[in-house]
Design a protein around this ligand. Structure first.
Ligand code: NAD
Length: 368
């Protein structure tokens, strides 16, 4: 059987630095675990603009649509701040998300024990935390019509429309239930059905999908404002949280900060299954191109490693190998290895991006 294909788009700033370490890890799984990928690389963001005058070349878009999974670093930087909106680096990323129709955004909030002190919450509330937020990404109030600023009498009115079709709710609900089946089979769906009709429809459709096709999943519903409170009060009560675009935007950032540094946060954006049975998929760290530390060997590559672990689990059905990589990261952190962003108040000497790559490869070797 042909190897699965992986398209790497390292992008700008620290993107190529962290991706350089991920390529070593991908190579390790090929050499040591017989998990070979056909890896190709291309440009996105400012790097693509420099080469082609566009933040995403059509050929790259075609490669992304054909790949089994896309792994992206980061885009953007001050060099591109004055470019016209239509060719800004971020447009490359938005085009990928749009044309791959990535409607389901997965943001884990996972707290490594060694970093529990980094959270703004008490250690016992976050230690061992492992939850996943599934946010609908391509519809809702950020896209609904009518939208705009209009004249009304002698004043202006700003309008955005929360709009969801049954089909849009159905497909993202399925994505959350499929995910929950690989975890603890628990989904909490969040909306505001008490004050929004779109929330009433959301609740109905999510329940219908569960009853028809996912009876093994324990589904609960919660108003999103209560969800926000519960996330900071007792986040470990959740496994998978399913929510819409607007609430997901806020709740996923809130959950992310339960765990500390930006350099630790991966994400996945999934679309409909292709003929190969895998969802279209883009994996990327949550952080940006970090121009303030780019080129200095200071970047933490762990968010990008964890993004690859998500690819192993959700695109390639290699949950055990994903867990192996996550355990290696946990071990290295427990041993005290820290890039500069993870230096706490106790001080110490930070290690470089490459040193962190070395440490994780050593821990992977030790796992054999
Ligand atoms: P940023 O995430 O790049 O950086 C915020 C802060 O976190 C910086 O101090 C940075 O040094 C630090 N940081 C981020 N990632 C880190 C890592 N892996 N290791 C260590 N420290 C890390 O956000 P920003 O400064 O607001 O944006 C910089 C550029 O990135 C902008 O051009 C922005 O548009 C772009 N951006 C891109 C994405 C993306 O590609 N998905 C996301 C956010 C921002």
């Amino acid at each position: 059987m042909a190897n699965p294909t992986l398209l790497i788009l390292a992008g700008d700033g620290i993107g190529p630095e962290v991706m350089g370490q991920v390529k070593r890890v991908i190579g390790w799984f090929g050499d040591k675990r017989g998990l070979a990928f056909d890896v190709s690389e291309d440009l996105v963001g400012g790097a693509a603009y420099d080469a082609h005058g566009t933040p995403l070349h059509d050929d790259t878009m075609a490669k992304a649509l054909a790949a089994d999974a896309v792994l992206l670093g980061a885009v953007g930087g001050p060099k591109y701040d004055d470019l016209d909106f239509s060719v800004k680096p971020e447009r490359g990323l938005l085009r990928l998300r749009k044309e791959m129709d990535l409607f389901s955004n997965l943001r884990p909030a996972q707290c490594f024990d060694a970093l529990a002190d980094f959270s703004s919450l008490k250690k016992d509330i976050v230690a061992g935390l492992d939850i996943m937020i599934v946010r609908e990404l391509t519809s809702g109030v950020y896209f609904g019509e009518p939208r705009g600023i209009f004249e009304e009498g002698n004043e202006r009115v700003g309008i955005n429309t929360q709009r969801y079709t049954e089909g849009e709710i159905d497909r993202v609900a399925r994505s959350a239930f499929e995910l929950a089946r690989r975890r603890n089979k628990k989904v909490c769906s969040m909306e505001k059905a008490n004050v929004m009709e779109s929330g009433i429809l959301w609740r109905e459709v999510v329940q219908k999908v569960r009853d028809a096709d996912y009876p093994d999943i324990d589904l609960s519903h919660m108003y999103a404002d209560n969800g926000a409170m519960q996330l900071v009060r007792a986040p470990k009560q959740f496994d998978v949280i399913l929510t819409d675009n607007l609430f997901g935007d806020i709740l996923s950032d809130c959950a992310a900060m339960l765990t500390g540094s930006l350099g630790m946060l991966p994400s996945a954006s999934l679309g409909a299954p292709t003929d190969a049975g895998r969802p279209r998929a883009l994996y990327e760290p949550v952080h940006g191109s970090a121009p303030d530390i780019a080129g200095q060997g200071k970047a933490n590559p762990i968010a990008c490693f964890l993004s690859f672990a998500m690819a192993l689990r959700y695109s390639f059905d290699q949950g055990d190998e994903a867990a192996r990589l996550e355990a290696a990261i946990e071990q290295v952190l427990a041993d005290g290895a820290r890039t500069a962003d993870l230096m706490g108040e106790e001080g110490g000497t930070p290690i470089s991006t490459t040193d962190m790559g070395d440490a994780i490869l050593n821990a992977l070797d030790a796992s054999l």
